[in-house]
Design a protein around this ligand. Sequence first.
Ligand code: ADP
Ligand code: ADP
Length: 225
Amino acid sequence: MASVTLKQIGKSYGAVTAVEQFDLDIADGEFLVLLGPSGCGKSTTLRMIAGLESITTGDLMIGGTRVNDTDPKDRGVAMVFQNYALYPHKSVFDNMAMALKLQKMPKAEIAKRVNDVADMLGLTPYLERKPAALSGGQRQRVAIGRAIVRTPEVFLFDEPLSNLDAQLRVKMRMELQELHERLGVTSIYVTHDQVEAMTLADRIVILDRGRVAQIGTPREVYEQP
Ligand code: ADP
Ligand code: ADP
């Protein structure tokens, strides 16, 4: 687990300012939700933390170290994408194992980790299947499992449930909640869904046109005097 600190973070695409003067301290083990309408800068912020997008201004610290110029794979973060981003031609096992193989982890250790996480997520019966032969919820579990096996310091979630139907969304939301209680890994979660934000968040940051409009616990944000 690690803290994450944004110091006056900003991002511009030419003349377009996507994120401006974003200041935030995310504690070790906190579940932080970034909430706001489409185009407010949620994804850009998450992608800067992941290292998938360069930072125009400010400093990003993970676990107290400045990581503005650190390679994504060396930041201790693992991201779960909305579209799952699974490799279609690889089995569930290989999808989950891939990052560990790239790190040259011993095969036995990879197998143990993947099997343990598959067990935790109810994926054991599906390890030899290809993603196309899975349901939406199963695919999302594989995407989550692929992040967990890397034992990251920080999880980054980009609208992970928005491709699921309403019923499954509720179920997966509860699974994510249990997972966070169990693993306690610092999590930054992007959504435009207020219910997800209310249920999952320790704190919510509401973004509006690239700026922080509000920061607080779900209670502080939704039960205003
Ligand atoms: P959200 O995730 O909240 O929907 P984004 O972070 O995707 O918002 O986008 C924030 C703003 O930055 C939007 O105005 C969007 O059009 C702009 N933007 C995002 N990516 C790019 C890009 N690659 N080039 C130009 N503008 C971009
Ligand atoms: P990358 O090096 O960005 O992972 P690859 O060329 O290795 O991309 O991936 C081949 C294809 O597999 C991609 O075009 C994409 O459809 C899919 N894919 C699977 N996982 C990912 C991921 N994590 N990021 C991007 N694409 C992915």
